[in-house]
Ligand binder design. Sequence first.
Ligand SMILES: Nc1ncnc2c1ncn2[C@@H]1O[C@H](COP(=O)(O)OP(=O)(O)OP(=O)(O)O)[C@@H](O)[C@H]1O
Ligand SMILES: [Mg+2]
Ligand SMILES: [Zn+2]
Length: 289
Amino acid sequence: MTDKSACGSCGDQDSSCGCESCGDKQADGCPGAKSHEPEKLVENDHSKIKNVYAVMSGKGGVGKSSVTALLASGFKKKGYNVGILDADITGPSIPKMFGLKGPAESTGFGILPMTSPGGIKVMSLNLLVPNENDPVIWRGPVIAGAVKQFWTDVLWGNLDYLFVDLPPGTGDVPLTVMQSLPVNGLIIVSSPQDLAVMVVKKAIKMAQIMSVPIIGLVENLSSTVCPHCGGEIELFGRGQGKEVSEELGIPFLGDLPVDPLLSKLCDEGKVEEYQSNLFVHLIPEAIIH
Ligand SMILES: Nc1ncnc2c1ncn2[C@@H]1O[C@H](COP(=O)(O)OP(=O)(O)OP(=O)(O)O)[C@@H](O)[C@H]1O
Ligand SMILES: [Mg+2]
Ligand SMILES: [Zn+2]
């Protein structure tokens, strides 16, 4: 047995590999190894994208897509040109939230994003498949390839902000997005019961290894208002977002209560009609410059 420790990311026993765990820049397969860092993908001639923000979570169903949709809507209402790249290839939910149905059109130069009623440009696998209910049964590399094509082959035009809705966790797609797209920052979404510090820490550690700045943490589903007495109910227990953010040294961007109107509007494809204090109070200072 050797007493060399394996890199947490690439498992290389022989050399340290350069990710935070060990310090060498050579090992194959380690996302942190600088000499193997893939080049960022270049935009096509029909896309000029100023800022890219990705929305990430430790686990599923905590509200990434809703937060992505609310951010995009908030920035659009402020007058910015906004797009959403739905990187959740196997579980795309953005088109439904915005009431969009494919097929998206292609030109000789590439694929045209679809435009929501409020003017947000959207690309999602669900806008390209013939039946939105058919599953995508692809292996990881093919899925990652589709996400890259959403950057290289979609004609985004001029965008001030492109928001990337990631699938849950720290798998292939978040890795591809952080490696291949010029991501300015990550917004991490959590919910009170998800705030097992461990899960959030994994997402944060990944971002640090990939050298992507963390804009901060949003705690979703933090509380709701009793329809009878108007009192505040903490459905999933007391939120810990603020404490956890402090412990992990990342900004706490605020919380978003459970609101039946939000899920209703999402289901009806009218998420843009929702008035959210997420945008008004929490995020803008963090990412408008
Ligand atoms: N604050 C909220 N109030 C009410 N409903 C919410 C809230 N946040 C999310 N939802 C609802 O919960 C469901 C899951 O949310 P969403 O799709 O945004 O989660 P997700 O993290 O993107 O999930 P996945 O991991 O599957 O991609 C949706 O139906 C959404 O409308
Ligand atoms: Mg989602
Ligand atoms: Zn009550």
